[in-house]
Design a protein around this ligand. Sequence first.
Ligand SMILES: [Fe+2]
Length: 278
Amino acid sequence: MTATVATTKLRHEPIKPNIGARILNSKEELLSGELAAEIRELIESRGVLVFPQTHFTNAEQVAFTKTLGTFMPEGDGEDTYNISLDPAMGAHRDYLKGSLFWHADGTMNPLPIGYAVLTSKVLPTWGGNTEFCNTYAAYDALDDDMKARLEGLRVEHAAWRSLFYYDPEPAQEVLEGMMRIGTKNLPIVWTHRSGRKSLVLGCTADHVVGMDWVESARLLNGLRDFATSEPFHYAHEWSVGDTVMWDNSGTMHRAAPYDPACGRLLVRTKTGGEEPIQ
Ligand SMILES: [Fe+2]
């Protein structure tokens, strides 16, 4: 008798030329862990993967995330994080206001997060798409003059900079609280161990070190505008039960505005980052 080894292959189709792929495998295949290596390889080029209608329970989402890398619990020790602006859903509302603007998760930490996984539980009444951009593809599309100009440039990032996006005239104690998170000096171009390069931008980016402040603002805004433009952009319109995963080291994301009281709920899990931004 000959033993047969069942091998499950990843089945997928692109969403847009520079970003996104839809995964067609069943939930059972995803949970088996057999697809993890192929998922990791695919997401590096696509930035975002959509798994339609998994209807993952929280426990299933945790199990799936654990197949992808080193599972990273939340700061409070929980495995999952409820993303909602509804006061009835939890206490993170002010912090989440910053999620309406382009960013990557954990930019201010020693290691940014690796992969993030979201599953939709409650839809918004209006708005509330999650938008992504591929910062590998955007870097690749820059012309050679711009790539040469960016070489070696560093940017001072600060959490308090993002505060002014949603609270332009904060009380002083609110600003001081955000300032206690500290600042971080990061390259504008992240050269990954793979040799590929991505752009490091987002709402914590304050200024390019050593550059005239008007030129700095022009450069940072221009790059953000380019990197988030149509060719590199995907907006996911949620259905309940959809799961979406992004590579946090090669993308930025934001939530489109929505009714804060509507109960919109996404559950997030994540893996730890595997290399510092350098
Ligand atoms: Fe985020």
